[in-house]
Design a protein around this ligand. Structure first.
Ligand code: BTN
Length: 322
């Protein structure tokens, strides 16, 4: 049984007795126990006290379409937002919608993804209530070749949104990880379809750690961080509205002028600007050099003792050399 109908009946303030929950859901006590077990497996903590019942150990701000629309105000007209409890992957679902001619601005957000996708074929883990996971379908009159700076533009939209919310300490790691000095805060997965000459349909998937429970930290094989550790109280609807609002500005600007006017601002947020780095190549090679920023198409300018080379994102990963 999906744990979501049960979780939606719980609050972090008052206990609700098991029999009452079973009756409200029209299921047996055993089903309630099973749902609680699967909630725990997803990383949502529920406190159980004999004779009192169950409550959440901390507040869970469910993703809510009307709240996001209200906060977007006049920019809400750019988006058609749908929030799901569970979905395979918001990217996978929107790619299917793109092929079925869905319009630009369709946006799917989810509490849980059963097949969340990350870059370089990785799995993306999220925890209901703790991770913001959403994808946006956007249509450009540009050809695929003109979209090379798009993923960096989206990274910049994320940093701008965080700054507007008063969250400081987030930076970008080429091509489009969002990081702090402690670890990865989030990532962006852009999946494209279209013609060389255009138009193109783009699915922009963004995952951001708002909080991080023990299960989430253990599920990933790299250092991670969360917005709560940067002082953000954790309201995901406000965060989603702020991100969509920046995307509503930057995506049309990118379509009109490309990445070039945004290059300097992007570099000012680059966590590894002018630092000694290693480039992990898809064939396993490791290159040593210095990250000199990006060119007007978003390619990494990488300086080695043999001169400067430029790399497009592809499957390359950038690491600190220290
Ligand atoms: C990365 O590897 O850094 C990119 C992570 C992108 C994750 C997001 S979560 C919403 C959207 N749906 C997915 O399946 N992936 C992206």
């Amino acid at each position: 049984m999906s744990p979501f109908p049960l979780l939606r009946l719980l609050s972090h303030e008052d206990f609700r007795p098991g029999p009452q929950l079973a009756e409200a859901l029209g299921v047996s006590r055993a089903s309630v126990s099973l749902a609680l077990k699967s909630a725990a497996e997803l990383g949502v903590e529920v406190q159980a006290v004999k004779s009192r019942g169950y409550k959440l150990t901390r507040p869970l701000d469910w993703l809510d379409e009307p709240i996001v629309a209200r906060q977007l105000a006049e920019k809400a007209r750019f988006f058609d937002l749908h929030c799901f409890d569970e979905i395979d992957s918001t990217n996978i679902a929107l790619i299917a919608k793109a092929h079925a001619s869905a319009p630009s601005g369709l946006c799917y957000a989810a509490e849980r993804q059963t097949a969340g996708r990350g870059r370089r074929g990785r799995v993306w883990h999220g925890v209901p209530g703790d991770t913001l996971m959403f994808s946006l379908l956007w249509r450009f009159n540009l050809g695929m070749a003109d979209l090379s700076g798009l993923s960096l533009t989206v990274g910049l939209a994320v940093v701008r949104a965080l700054q507007k919310l008063g969250i400081h300490g987030a930076a970008l790691k080429w091509p489009n990880d969002i990081v702090t000095s402690t670890g990865k805060l989030g990532g962006i997965l852009i999946e494209l379809s279209g013609d060389t000459l255009g138009p193109s349909a783009v699915v922009i998937g963004i995952g951001l750690n708002v909080g991080l429970c023990k299960e989430a930290r253990q599920a990933v094989d790299q250092p991670v961080d969360a917005l709560r550790s940067l002082g953000y109280p954790g309201d995901r609807n406000t965060l989603l509205a702020a991100l969509l609002s920046e995307l509503a500005c930057l995506l049309p600007a990118f379509e009109r002028d490309g990445f070039a006017p945004l290059r300097q601002e992007w570099e000012s947020h680059h966590a590894m600007q002018n630092q000694a780095v290693r480039l992990l190549m898809p064939n396993g090679d490791v290159l040593q050099g210095t990250a000199r920023g990006v060119n007007t198409h978003g390619a990494l300018r990488f300086e080695t003792e043999n001169g400067e080379q430029q790399f497009h994102s592809g499957e390359i990963s950038l690491r600190s050399a220290i």
